[in-house]
Design a protein around this ligand. Sequence first.
Ligand SMILES: Cc1ncc(COP(=O)(O)O)c(C=O)c1O
Length: 399
Amino acid sequence: MTWRFDTRVVHFRQKGLERETPKAPPIYQTSAFAFSDLDELEAYFAGERQYLYTRFRNPNADDFARGVAALEGGEDGVAAASGMAAILAATLAVVKPGERILCPEEVYGGTYHLFTHELARLGIGVDFAPANDVDAFARAFTPETRLVFLETISNPLLRVPPLKELAALARERGAVVVVDNTFATPYLARPLEWGAHLVVHSATKFLAGHSDVTAGVVVGERHLVKRAREIIAAYGCHLNPFEAWLAARGLKTLSVRMARHCENAMRMARWLAARPAVARVYYPGLSEDDGERVRTLLGGRGGALVTFRLREGTDVGAFFRGLSWIKLVPTLAGVETTVAHPASTSHRALPPARRRAVGVTDEVVRLSVGLEDPADICDDLARGLAAAEGQTGAIAQSD
Ligand SMILES: Cc1ncc(COP(=O)(O)O)c(C=O)c1O
């Protein structure tokens, strides 16, 4: 068969590549999959072939989701375009109009907005309760409560709620438990082991780990993941193959990154606690309130985030300006250390009174500790703290 020019332009392809075994997984950057005949197409609909159309399923997205499911101890997993897409899919997999979600008062601002604005428009209600008070949480159940949504580590004050007790309570009341495990990752905590039905992640954070991917994932019980997959396909919020490939690549170094993140963060928490410009440090690894739960739920490790409250009277804006290389970034979990100002970013969507009630005042700074040499991180934080205190040119020594 000799093709003419315009056909050759479209149909060039190296033959025999299917016999090669690449060491790294190929990127299935395709919107659809080809079939040799109608029998093969029927085999897909009979469940004998997995892939038809990337919005429904793609090998890279599956590779990543199954990797996370294996780490979390879930039966199955599905990837989504973002953490919010994963939360949307997990909640819609469970709740119907007329039913209610119960979640912590300090839930991530994006989740708060999704529940109170978007799901409310679908006739789904939401109630809030303090996650650290099991009795208050129990009182917030209604006969319509169908889903309890929890977070392993709260944002930005990094509290570790009594998750085993809350999950047991929810199960007793016949509710499905979904846990956002973004901040802890399966390296620290595996909520399915304590009674969660589903775990969701903003894989944009530690799972992918390099601040170059926006992705989410839902893992857990097979029948709920199946429903989440249908929702992701219907809403078109699947993860694209390239980002899935990047996320899967990032996942391979989760253990080594998390070990170093935790080690560096503990040093930063101790160092910050000794600075006069800092009124209070919030770090699960140092928390007296949550110490027992950090031991039993997080294996005694505190994670990568350290939040601190600048002393009243310090200049918060000057703190950020005083940093030399640590960037003010409205995210977390990269290999580079970054700082965030929750009151103006992650918790901006909360009404000011609720923001104050959950402790997110203007003085609160959240540090995402990266993989650098800890002495260099201390040196830069010292520049910021000196600026916040109105000292110019003073660079405190790290210790
Ligand atoms: C705890 C938590 N859950 C969910 C999300 C939403 O994730 P994404 O930005 O990937 O949609 C975030 C984002 O910061 C988060 O911090």
